[in-house]
Design a protein around this ligand. Structure first.
Ligand SMILES: [Fe+2]
Length: 323
């Protein structure tokens, strides 16, 4: 039923730090609606990809998923109710703020607010990035992907796969249970992990069209090593070249490039690791970092590699007169 991750809804006690990071570092466009209180953040032609509201309490992040039309939204509500989730229609104010045709929301098994919406509007103006970048890879693949830790793995997996209609891309049971799920050509829109830790959002992946925009984001992070949660590396499953930037609320943005896509002929895979190279998780205890290093060494000794599939919408370089 769900066709994409459409947007996220953030409540933060660090509004100004969010504005600075998403504009100057990531290169998104901020539209402040009420200074210090509410803003929309854009990544493309859509009216918003983040709705951010100030709070004096704990930070939260909820996800907004897209369905194609109002009928599917209705079917989605019925399926959720039948599965025991209480759904609530969006208020006119919530619908207006998000710039959608219609929306409803519910809480998942960990208490995370999930929204289902249709008809996310285009903005009346062209996307103006916060720094000169070639934009983000969104469109039919949606905003990106979210990975989170759950305390209710089976229930959450059932929710996304059997109630909301996502499909399994790949999985592993070691060193803990993880499933990656897709609902469009993006390799995964959701990653679910059960680590034994309390439920929390791990990261939101945003994908640049152009490799150099990722490299420059990394350059900007390097002078502040504490801001890098995971060093530059390449994922074994979606083949993203990426690094993870801590955000003001303590979870992370994965800034990536050139993920591979999946089609109807995709066959579910069991993963041999998380990354082909790099991706040192600086927040892990030393023995876990060492374990990850050993897996990378093993994969390197096997000669495991993956081709880079160039995204279609990367900036076309201007040809010189000679050519
Ligand atoms: Fe990721």
């Amino acid at each position: 039923m769900i066709t994409a991750l459409s947007y996220i809804v953030v409540q933060t006690p660090h509004m100004q730090a969010w504005i600075d990071q998403v504009t100057h570092h990531i290169g998104m466009q901020v539209e402040v609606l009420e200074a210090g209180k509410t803003m929309r953040v854009r990544a493309d032609e859509k009216i918003q990809r983040f709705v951010v509201c100030a709070t004096s309490g704990e930070p939260t992040m909820g996800m907004g998923f897209e369905v194609p039309d109002a009928q599917t939204l209705m079917r989605c509500s019925m399926a959720l109710e039948a599965a025991g989730y209480k759904t609530t229609p969006g208020t006119p104010e919530e619908i207006e703020l998000r710039g959608v045709q219609d929306m409803m929301h519910f809480k998942d098994n960990d208490g995370v607010r999930l929204e289902i919406a249709c008809g996310l509007k285009d903005a009346p103006t062209a996307f103006k990035p916060g720094r000169p970048i070639g934009g983000f890879r969104t469109g039919p693949m949606g905003l990106g992907h979210v990975a989170f830790i759950t305390e209710h793995f089976e229930a959450i997996s059932n929710l996304y796969r059997n109630v909301l209609g996502m499909n399994l891309t790949d999985y592993t049971d070691k060193p803990f249970k993880v499933e990656f799920l897709h609902c469009n050509p993006r390799h995964h829109t959701i990653g679910i992990a059960h680590t034994g830790q309390p439920a929390k959002i791990y990261h939101l992946m945003l994908e640049y069209n152009d490799f150099d925009d990722l490299g420059r984001a990394y350059d900007m992070a390097l002078p502040n090593p504490d801001s890098i949660g995971v060093t530059l590396g390449r994922h074994i499953n979606d083949h993203a070249t990426s690094f993870y930037l801590k955000n003001p609320d303590g979870w992370m943005f994965e800034l990536g490039w050139a993920t591979r896509t999946v089609g109807p002929d995709w066959e579910v895979e069991e993963l041999k690791g998380m990354s082909l190279w790099g991706h040192d998780r600086t927040w892990l205890p030393d023995h876990k970092r060492e374990e990850a290093r050993q897996i990378l060494k093993h994969l390197a000794a096997e000669g495991m590699r993956a081709p880079v599939v160039l995204p279609e919408n990367q900036t076309q370089l201007k040809r010189t007169a000679k050519e």
